[in-house]
Design a protein around this ligand. Sequence first.
Ligand SMILES: *[C@@H]1O[C@H](CO)[C@@H](O)[C@H](O)[C@H]1NC(C)=O
Length: 387
Amino acid sequence: MAILQFRLLFIFLFSLFRSSLSQSCSSPAIISSNHAAFTACSELQTLSSSLRWTFDAATSSLSFAFSAPPASGAGEDGWIAWAINPSGDGMLGSQSLIAYRQSDGKIGVKTFNISDYAIKPSPIDFPTADLAAEFVGGVMRIFGNLFLPKGVTHVNQVWQVGAAVKNGIPGKHDLTPENMNAKGKLALISGQSTAAGDSTYRNRNIHGILNAVSWGILLPIGATIARYLKTFRSADPAWFYLHVSCQVIGYSAGVAGWATGLNLGSKSKGIRFATHRNIGITLFALGTLQIFALFLRPRKDHKLRFSWNVYHHSVGYTVVVLGIINVFRGLRILSPGDGWKLAYVFFLCALGAAALLLEAITWLIVLRRKKTEASAKLNNGARPPLE
Ligand SMILES: *[C@@H]1O[C@H](CO)[C@@H](O)[C@H](O)[C@H]1NC(C)=O
């Protein structure tokens, strides 16, 4: 009984503690650097954060205070970031202000023009003034003024929190949905902040899953089937139909995934994953070529069959290798958590191990076949049947 009461008390105290950390617009007014109260306040939808601001449309100057508790109770050792992204709705391209402990031991703000996941302090596209940061009662806060381009009324805002700072650079943040959805539109004048369309986030996941399953899993499996099952005479012609089904299903899913990728690419203005995109387009071209080549396949005894085989194998293996490379590139862009990458590496290892085993079995079978055929020739003086 006493234990239960103690637990209830603990939960109550903990929730008090949590709500004191979550930044609501009803908590005591925060005063801007020029000692005026802010005219607008918005509780942001994730990471217990809030933004207060005053926007002067005549001069396009934005005076703001962003508040959030750093990640996982890291307190003063963590970091918080607030950014405007003029070219997209996520981290890349964002003109960021990040607060964390500086080399002098005090909490301060640095600007980061983020064009890469490896971030470093750099000038941003907007002039700034009076940047300052503080850490009070478990909450970190960034103050400052930004001078935005004339005529701006809406901006894409992005915010984030992290737990660690290494060598003077904020470390990686978590990849929970709270972190990934820490972005939205901010209406500077009407004072509205709205969540970023979750649809982009969802479309990226659909794109990732379709392409990982098709180019990254089905096509390599189909290639393995063709290479190894062929050896077993009992598997003829089943291996051929298995191979064709695997590749056709993989290709169809891959084209769907490819189309979602093109769509994502056209929507993300200013953010380009050029290599990922170029490999994707090459894959689509080579994959389509393989499907068409199926219909142009010469008969087994045709004199062009050998050349066709060489062509089919080289393009096929190129598709498999490029597909795997692009899955890894995509995983880096999406960064869905290490578990996914690990699962994919595990799949590749399993496929590799199976291929190695089958390679050994294939050699054994081929060698034994040669031997029996040679002895049959000796015994009967007749040629063994052609394969
Ligand atoms: C910020 O980075 C982008 C992309 O690298 C670059 O085009 C832009 O000029 C940079 N802005 C500033 C102020 O350096």
